[in-house]
Design a protein around this ligand. Structure first.
Ligand SMILES: [Zn+2]
Length: 166
């Protein structure tokens, strides 16, 4: 179960978000494929529900550097914060830490002849991307996430939290 070790770094991590927040009503889930097709764009459906991958460098959020929150495009659950987004050069939005310890679920993925660790939204099960052990030193993890799986809320439109900025 290497992937469990991978997702649980040795050093304790301080999460920056309010862990008591549960923004998404789960009673509407799970949805049927037909319901998801109505809610999502064709690309979002292909990525989130059929585990597709958008072309590298194509995603709308790949070069987004605005401060704010990244939510699941399927259910709205908070997944990542801009503070942990970084340029990995991979062509997909990359993060070194999820917004909360319970935001994501990981699964071993043996497709395409590779053993990778798939990352899904813990709330709706939507496919987000993969996590690799070559991230920056804070956690050593690189969450390689499809733009199509994410919806971005910049800090101005989100609920303000008291954070100290340099
Ligand atoms: Zn979700």
């Amino acid at each position: 179960m290497d992937f469990v070790t991978l997702a649980s770094p040795m050093h304790p991590i301080t999460y920056m978000s309010d862990l008591t927040k549960t923004p998404v009503p789960q009673e509407k889930l799970p949805r049927t494929d037909a319901e998801w097709r109505e809610l999502l764009s064709p690309l979002q459906f292909q990525v989130l529900r059929e585990k597709g991958t958008e072309p590298a460098y194509s995603g709308a959020l790949y070069r987004n550097h605005t401060d704010g929150d990244y939510h699941c495009a399927g259910c709205g659950a908070l997944l990542f914060k801009s503070e942990t987004k970084y340029e990995s050069g991979s062509g997909w939005p990359s993060f070194w830490l999820p917004a909360t310890p319970t935001a994501l679920t990981t699964h071993e993925d043996g497709s395409y002849g590779m053993v990778r660790v798939e990352v899904t939204c813990a709330n709706c099960g939507g496919h987000l991307g993969h996590v690799f052990p070559d991230g920056p030193k804070q956690t050593g993890l690189r969450y390689c996430i499809n733009s199509a799986s994410l919806s971005f809320a910049d800090q101005g439109s989100a609920e303000k939290t008291s954070t100290t900025k340099e």
